[in-house]
Design a protein around this ligand. Structure first.
Ligand code: HEC
Ligand code: HEC
Length: 191
């Protein structure tokens, strides 16, 4: 998988090979755009937007994947090819871009269900997911619904390595039937 990916990226002239290490951060970030979209605004649905998330959050995620502390389908293998310095530079780069919510429509009933289910989430994420209370907490407004649903399912599953204990605990307090609705509620919020 990794070698296929690197070959595909190499064909596009985008591989994060050592030859590129000295290159500008824009070149490094171009590799990310293949999956995360131009300026880190993803075209979805299982790929998250990353442009405009906070620097400490972005850095923490990437370092946790690199160390193997955090489960991932893709990022763990990919990020091992980057030095901590490059990871820091990528986090700075993406954090400086504007957060661009991709507002996704949903049924009014689902939105009401999602809003009710996310009462307990407000203290940390803000009432629409757009006002995180600290820099360790990601924005959720206009993030991709299916992506967030899958993340919530990972936090809820003890067999999946996800180090954030509070997010684990909170995700488990959702009724299973509310997980997708909560994700769709945040995905529908413009700010
Ligand atoms: C081959 C596709 C692909 C490429 C290239 C890629 N990513 Fe990812 N990224 C993913 C996937 C898939 C996820 C979801 C986590 C997982 O399962 O790996 C993700 C998740 C993330 C997240 C977590 C976002 C959140 O809010 O949870 C960050 C941060 C991230 N990637 C940064 C980067 C950076 C920086 C690069 C460039 C060095 C990059 N990614 C390149 C596929 C990719
Ligand atoms: C105590 C504060 C807190 C509460 C309460 C909380 N969260 Fe979180 N949430 C966080 C933090 C911090 C993260 C990043 C965790 C990590 O590093 O894995 C996060 C991550 C997430 C993510 C992953 C986003 C991404 O881009 O990968 C989703 C989705 C989410 N929270 C939804 C919820 C929902 C739904 C609730 C309520 C049921 C909730 N959160 C309650 C702090 C909180």
């Amino acid at each position: 998988m990794r070698s296929n990916l690197l070959m595909a990226l190499a064909a596009l002239g985008l591989a994060a090979t050592p030859a590129l290490a000295a290159d500008s951060i824009e070149n490094l970030a171009r590799t990310c755009n293949n999956c995360h979209g131009i300026n880190g605004v993803s075209v979805g649905p299982t790929m998250p937007s990353i442009g405009g998330l906070s620097e400490p959050y972005l850095k923490n995620m990437m370092l946790q994947w690199k160390s193997g502390e955090r489960y991932s389908a893709t990022m763990g293998r990919l990020i091992k090819g980057y030095s901590d310095e490059q990871i820091g530079a990528l986090a700075t780069h993406f954090s400086k871009l504007p957060w661009t919510p991709v507002v996704q429509k949903a049924d009014a009933k689902v939105l009401a269900q999602g809003k009710a289910a996310t009462d307990r989430c407000e203290t940390c994420h803000g009432d629409t997911g757009g006002k995180p209370d600290d820099t360790d907490t990601p924005k959720l407004n206009g993030q991709w619904a299916r992506y967030m649903e899958l993340e919530l399912m990972k936090y809820r599953n003890d067999a999946v390595k996800m180090p954030h204990k509070k997010m684990r605990g909170n995700s488990k307090k959702l009724d299973e039937a509310d997980v997708a609705a909560a994700a769709q509620y945040y995905a529908a919020q413009p700010k």
